[in-house]
Write a protein that binds this ligand. Structure first.
Ligand SMILES: Cc1ncc(COP(=O)(O)O)c(C=O)c1O
Length: 381
C-alpha cells in the first residue's frame, strides 16, 4: 500500500469505527414500493419517489413508443447540439405549471444549485443560508466568489439580524422542504424579510415540487409567492416527478444569464432527451390528476396516526419525509438492520449528512404504498 492509500485507509477505518461507513445496496428490481437485491426483497420506505412515478406503466409505455425517435444519449452539451426540442417543451410546460416566466433544465439538482450560486452570487455579495440546507447549496455557496454565512435552522430572528447588518448585495438561500427533516421553510416570512432588506431569495424545492401546495406546484404555491418574491426557484425531476435531472425557474433574464454564463450548465452533457420526455410525461400526468398527491397525503396521515397510537415520536413534519430520531449511530444501524431482516428498508442517516448526534431513520412515505405496508412498518418500528 502506498502513502496515499494508507492515508485514505486511515480515514476509512475511522469512519468505520464511528459506525458511519456507507454501503450501497445493488438493486435487482426497478425502483418501486417493493424492491429486491440478490439477497432479499424489501418494502421500500427509503426512496424519494413520493408519487410512485419512478416506473409508472403509462410512462414506460410512452417511452417505448418514443425511444426510436429519441435514442439514448444526448451526445453533447446544451450549447453545442445536445438541446432537443423535448427540452424546450419541458421548459415551457414547467414554466406554465409553476406560473412563472421561464425555466431551464439542468443535468442534476446538484449542478443546478452550483450553477445558480456560482453564477448569480458575485464577489462582494453575501449568501445567507439556512444551516440545514442541502449539501449542493452548501457546495454552491463555497464555490461562488461571494461571502457566505449560515443562520440556525429556520431561525427568522438570526436571519433578520444578518440581513440588517449587511450592506452588500444579499442572497437568502433555503431548501423549501428540508430533505432530512421534512419540515417546510417559512417562505412567507423569509420572502417578507428579503423584501424589507432588499435581498434576493433562492429556494431549492427538490422535495416540494409535485407534492406541496393545492396543485403540487411546490412551496411557492403553498405560501402564495409570486415570482417577484421568489426570483430563483430550483427543483428536481428525480423525486416526486419520478424521473431524473433538475430545473431552474426564474425570469427570462435570469435563465438566459445562466445559459450564457453558468459553467455547470454549459460544460456538461445535456440530460438525455428520452429522460426529458419522461419528465415531461410525468409532469403532465400530475398536472391533470390530483389523485397521486391526495393518495400521498392520505398515506402520510395514516402513517402518522398509527405512530401516535404506538407512541412513536416523529419530527414535526407533514410531508412524505418522516424522520425518527435515534441519535446514536450504532443503535441506528442496529435498528436499520433489524428492519431489513423484517423485509423493510428505511433510510439510515448519519453524520456528516446530518449534524452529530442527530442520527435518524429517514422514513419516506409514497402514494404507491399500501395501507398494509404502512401498518407493517409501524408494527416493526
Ligand atoms: C434538497 C435537495 N437539493 C438538491 C438535490 C440534488 O438533486 P439531484 O439528485 O438531482 O442532483 C437533492 C437530492 O438529491 C436534494 O435533496
Amino acid at each position: 500500500m502506498n502513502k496515499l492509500e494508507s492515508k485514505l485507509n486511515e480515514e476509512l477505518l475511522a469512519r468505520k469505527e464511528a459506525n458511519q461507513l456507507r454501503h450501497r445496496l445493488s438493486l435487482t428490481s426497478y425502483q418501486s414500493n417493493e424492491i429486491s437485491t440478490d439477497e432479499a426483497n424489501y418494502n421500500n420506505f427509503a426512496s424519494n419517489d413520493y408519487l410512485g412515478l419512478a416506473n409508472h406503466p403509462a410512462t414506460i409505455n410512452h417511452l417505448k413508443q418514443n425511444i426510436d425517435q429519441l435514442g439514448i444519449g444526448s451526445g453533447a452539451s446544451h450549447l453545442v447540439c445536445g438541446h432537443h426540442q423535448i427540452h424546450h417543451e419541458l421548459e415551457l410546460s414547467l414554466a406554465k405549471f409553476l406560473g412563472r416566466e421561464s425555466a431551464i433544465t439542468c443535468s442534476t439538482g446538484y449542478m443546478a444549485n452550483l450553477a445558480i450560486l456560482q453564477t448569480l452570487a458575485k464577489k462582494g455579495d453575501l449568501i445567507i443560508a439556512d444551516k440545514l440546507n442541502h449539501a449542493s447549496l452548501i457546495d454552491g455557496a463555497y464555490s461562488s466568489q461571494a461571502y457566505s454565512t449560515r443562520y440556525p435552522h429556520c431561525d427568522m430572528d438570526s436571519l433578520e439580524s444578518r440581513l440588517k447588518k449587511e450592506t452588500a448585495n444579499k442572497w437568502v438561500v433555503t431548501d423549501g422542504v428540508f430533505s432530512m427533516d421534512g419540515d417546510i421553510a417559512s417562505l412567507d416570512k423569509i420572502a417578507a424579510l428579503c423584501d424589507k432588506y432588499q435581498a434576493n431569495l433562492i429556494v431549492d424545492d427538490a422535495h416540494g415540487i409535485g407534492v406541496i401546495g393545492d396543485e403540487g406546484r411546490g412551496c411557492g404555491e403553498y405560501f402564495g409567492l409570486k415570482q417577484t418574491q421568489l426570483p430563483v426557484l430550483m427543483g428536481t425531476f428525480g423525486k416526486a416527478l419520478g424521473g431524473f435531472g433538475a430545473f431552474v425557474s426564474a425570469s427570462k433574464t435570469i435563465t438566459e444569464y445562466l445559459v450564457q454564463f453558468a459553467r455547470p450548465y454549459i460544460y456538461t452533457t445535456a440530460l438525455p432527451a428520452v429522460i426529458a420526455s419522461a419528465n415531461l410525461f410525468n409532469l403532465e400526468l400530475i398536472s391533470n390528476n390530483p389523485t397521486f398527491r391526495l393518495k400521498l397525503l392520505e398515506n402520510i396521515d395514516y402513517f402518522k396516526s398509527l405512530c401516535i397510537k404506538k407512541n412513536i415520536s416523529l419530527l414535526p413534519s407533514d410531508t412524505g419525509i418522516q424522520p425518527v430520531m435515534i441519535r446514536d449511530s450504532q443503535e441506528l444501524m442496529a435498528i436499520h438492520q433489524r428492519l431489513k431482516e423484517s423485509g423493510i428498508l428505511v433510510g439510515a442517516i448519519r453524520p456528516p449528512t446530518v449534524p452529530l448526534n442527530s442520527d435518524r431513520l429517514r422514513i419516506t412515505i409514497s402514494a404507491s404504498h399500501s395501507k398494509i405496508q404502512i401498518k407493517q412498518l409501524v408494527d416493526h418500528l
